[in-house]
Design a binder for this molecule. Sequence first.
Ligand code: ARG
Length: 265
Amino acid sequence: MLTQSSPKRSGITLVKRAAAVGAVALAVASLHPLTANAASTRVVGGTPAAQNEFPFMVHLSMGCGGALYKKDVVLTAAHCMDGSGNNTSITVTAGANDLNSSAAIKVKSTKVKVAPGYNGTGKDWALIKLARPIDKPTLKIATTDRYNRGMFTIAGWGDTEEGAGTGTTKLRKATVPFVADRVCKRHYGNRLVSKEELCAGWQSGGIDTCQGDSGGPMFRKDDAGKWIQVGIVSWGDGCARAGVPGVYTEVSHFAKDIARAANAL
Ligand code: ARG
């Protein structure tokens, strides 16, 4: 299942982890080595999630994350998909932090809908229709930009260090602050599609999503204290580098399109 490598971007951005050891190795080779501080806990810099802490989190068999948008629809990243249409090739794992747990629920996909107009720049969202509903809580998505601020939770089974290429079998989580477009552009310049993307990360680095986390949700609490999804893990230059935020699909911008597409799936 190769590859779909980085459409239009440099570095290891937009590379599916499971997708391409070769491509990843190549891309990683062109990156600066990690600076110090790259060893302990580790998403990068995270900690293990508690059982049932994020019951809406799902793992996708090509090596991406996702969130239950409806009981039978997963919201993920377009760059994790091979396009729209009937697709029974994806195995969605839910209901367990440990992918190898006997409690893990595994359901196949039936269809995929990639964001209309997706071409590798922005619009990085897609929906997967499941063969049967998964009886777990869904994650509601932000429909206005009012939650695009503050602290966000990220979670995934992706690499715990830039370039690792292995991912983890147990779900990990971390907390990252919102980064304003203006600040995010200091590093990314016009590669950032401001209206469609949202940045998050610590100026000092050390904590971030990474390869294999793509498609997973970035979320926070809403005013009622309920989890709400504000982002989809999309891309970044390396992982957890100082001054280099992670880039996430700005869910609120696409909320109507996502709802429409889900109804039509
Ligand atoms: N594109 C990556 C994936 O496919 C996600 C990269 C996120 N990178 C970051 N520095 N936040 O898994």
